[in-house]
Design a protein around this ligand. Structure first.
Ligand SMILES: Nc1ncnc2c1ncn2[C@@H]1O[C@H](COP(=O)(O)OP(=O)(O)OP(=O)(O)O)[C@@H](O)[C@H]1O
Ligand SMILES: [Mg+2]
Length: 256
């Protein structure tokens, strides 16, 4: 049965999408079948894999509004074993439509994934930078949440709100939800404040923090504009090597 992991942090630009897509690509390369669900109307995970969607047709939008099943709209990526449920800005409309549903609106994605996810080893959900219904749907469908945290001053700001949402979803909607791990992103070992920030993150999350740090690396930022995960764009760069290492660490932890 597929394990479902949501990549979430309400803060914008901390590396959720980069981590979701590049980690998925390396895990797929190791022979696991991975489905990436793009739950962000920005559609960054989709375009990072070469899917530049203009409308909500054949996307997660149609799945959430109950027009189609996961199997109907899943797309095969350039990487073997890596599949996508894409999104477009229309997904913001689905969030509004979901808000009108009186009963079960938090469980729509979970229900839709029930049929469909058994074909995969892992389902990765890329969340938007907010704690609205799309994120709550992702957390309700998930077994674990991976929190990317940017290594900077104020890194933990806003995270208590996010952790509170995780706690509430666990209490009322999804008792099996756990924090799977914390990824330190945009890491700069030379910057003076880095050590203090890492210590602060480790104080809060302990051994949930992955040992692998993702460095600030321009190749990681360039890859999406070519519609490719970094493993295809420049597998030798430091960022690619970090995500390859994180894939090892992630699988080791999940298989324990
Ligand atoms: N390690 C890195 N080094 C350099 N640039 C990076 C790194 N990680 C991410 N970026 C770039 O920083 C920007 C934000 O990253 P990303 O889109 O992954 O964050 P996000 O948390 O998903 O953002 P949002 O909250 O908007 O969804 C992107 O332009 C991305 O290419
Ligand atoms: Mg994103």
């Amino acid at each position: 049965m597929a394990k479902v992991i949501a990549f979430s942090n309400q803060k914008g630009g901390v590396g959720k999408t980069t981590t979701c897509v590049d980690l998925a690509a390396y895990i797929a390369a190791k022979g696991k079948k991975v489905l990436v669900v793009d739950m962000d109307p920005q559609g960054n995970a989709s375009s990072a894999a070469g899917f530049f969607e203009r409308t909500g047709k054949d996307s997660v939008y149609e799945v959430l509004t109950d027009e189609k099943s996961v199997k109907d709209v899943v797309k095969e990526s350039e990487i073997k074993n890596l599949f996508f449920l894409t999104s477009s800005k229309d997904l913001a409309g689905a969030e509004l439509e979901l808000a009108q549903v009186m009963i079960g609106r938090e469980r729509v994605l979970d229900e839709k994934l029930k049929e469909g996810k058994e074909e995969y080893d892992l389902v990765f959900i890329d969340c938007p930078p907010s704690l609205g219904l799309l994120t709550v749907n992702a957390l309700t469908a998930a077994d674990g949440v991976v929190v990317p945290i940017q290594c900077e001053y104020f890194a933990l700001e806003g995270l208590s709100q996010m952790m509170n949402t995780v706690k509430l979803v666990k209490k009322y909607l999804n008792p099996s939800l756990e924090v799977e791990g914390v990824v330190i992103t945009l890491y700069d070992g030379r910057a003076k404040l880095t050590k203090g920030v890492v210590e602060e993150i480790e104080k809060v999350f302990g051994d949930k923090v992955y040992q692998t740090r993702i460095p600030r690396n321009v190749r990681l930022a360039e890859a999406p504009s070519y519609g490719k995960p970094v493993s295809l764009y420049d597998p030798r760069c430091a960022g690619a090597q970090a995500y390859a290492a994180l894939a090892e660490e992630f699988l080791e932890r999940i298989e324990k």
